[in-house]
Design a protein around this ligand. Structure first.
Ligand SMILES: [Fe+2]
Length: 291
């Protein structure tokens, strides 16, 4: 095969993946969305695409199921884990985060994949990483959905947080901003809270759900690592100072505060520098103080 033919074939694979990523985003039913994500990942790993897939633009807001009703987080049921209802509420809230995470991973491919390949020359490694993330998020959702069913409930039964796509929308035009806020702030926050949730579930006698959270935790360390590595790589490619860029994105796109306690061990495994998030770090610039 000539190199021109080779690059045309590569481009066809890439278009097939982009097209599948948009299909994930456009799938409304939660289980169907997760299944579409697994199919899209399979097709990428095995390079089985029909000829002539033409990627469409990703929707700014992905399709979502009619249920759950979305609302203010303060109206989402409290999570007292001593009761089955409390455990269901907690699992439902995490399932909702995972459904959102499926869309975040595939939006990364659909929205930024072309820029990553053609302008930033990041190669297929960038796509491989986000396909892996998108596949794992789909599995996380399906495990939790199955657990909800085992406990007599289902995803959609409880009100869920309306604001989880806000950060994606705010960063839809800026890959470095997306990486700063989604994996390096929001998913890193997940690493801070996951082990205590698993511990509380075990204390409440629900080791089965705790094991699912353990698995999610291990995968999520990898997701934060992938996001942080690409953030640093792109900063290097563009000749930007990574820490300054991260701090600037935080000021522009993150409205809250980075709240301790931080899981430094997991964050270190994910390659997230302590000086990026810990307010007690002596070299922390004044500009970090957000309100
Ligand atoms: Fe996840």
């Amino acid at each position: 095969m000539s190199s021109k033919q080779g690059s045309q074939t590569e481009r066809a694979y890439f278009d097939g993946l982009m097209s599948d990523a948009v299909s994930v985003l456009r799938t409304a039913k939660a289980v169907d969305k997760a299944q579409m994500a697994l199919t899209a990942a399979d097709r990428w790993w095995s390079r089985t695409y029909d000829r002539g897939s033409r990627p469409a633009s990703p929707p700014d807001i992905p399709a979502r199921p009619a249920e759950p009703v979305l609302g203010d987080p303060k109206d989402v049921p409290k999570r007292r884990l001593g009761s089955a209802e409390g455990r269901i509420a907690l699992i439902h809230a995490v399932a909702h985060i995972e459904l959102n995470a499926i869309d975040l991973a595939w939006d990364m491919i659909a929205r930024f994949g072309d820029t990553a390949i053609t302008q930033l020359n990041l190669g297929h490694g960038f796509l491989d990483d986000w396909v892996q993330v998108g596949e794992e998020e789909a599995k996380h959702f399906l495990y939790l959905n199955q657990r909800l069913e085992e406990l007599g409930s289902y995803y959609g039964a409880t009100m869920a947080h309306a604001g989880l796509w806000d950060a994606a929308l705010a960063t839809k035009d800026d890959l470095l901003a997306r990486l700063s806020i989604v994996p390096m702030v929001l998913e890193a926050r997940g690493l801070d809270v996951n082990p205590s949730m698993a511990k509380r579930l075990r204390s409440a006698g629900d080791g089965v759900t705790a094991e699912i959270l353990d698995l999610i935790y291990q995968d999520e360390i990898g997701h934060v690592k992938i996001g942080t590595q690409w953030f640093h790589k792109i900063c290097e490619t563009r000749g930007l100072d990574a820490k300054t860029t991260f701090e600037s994105n935080l000021r522009s796109y993150f409205k809250g505060q980075l709240k301790p306690p931080f899981n430094n061990e997991a964050r270190e495994l994910a390659g997230l520098p302590l000086s990026y998030y810990d307010p007690s770090e002596p070299k922390r610039p004044k500009a970090w103080d957000l309100n």
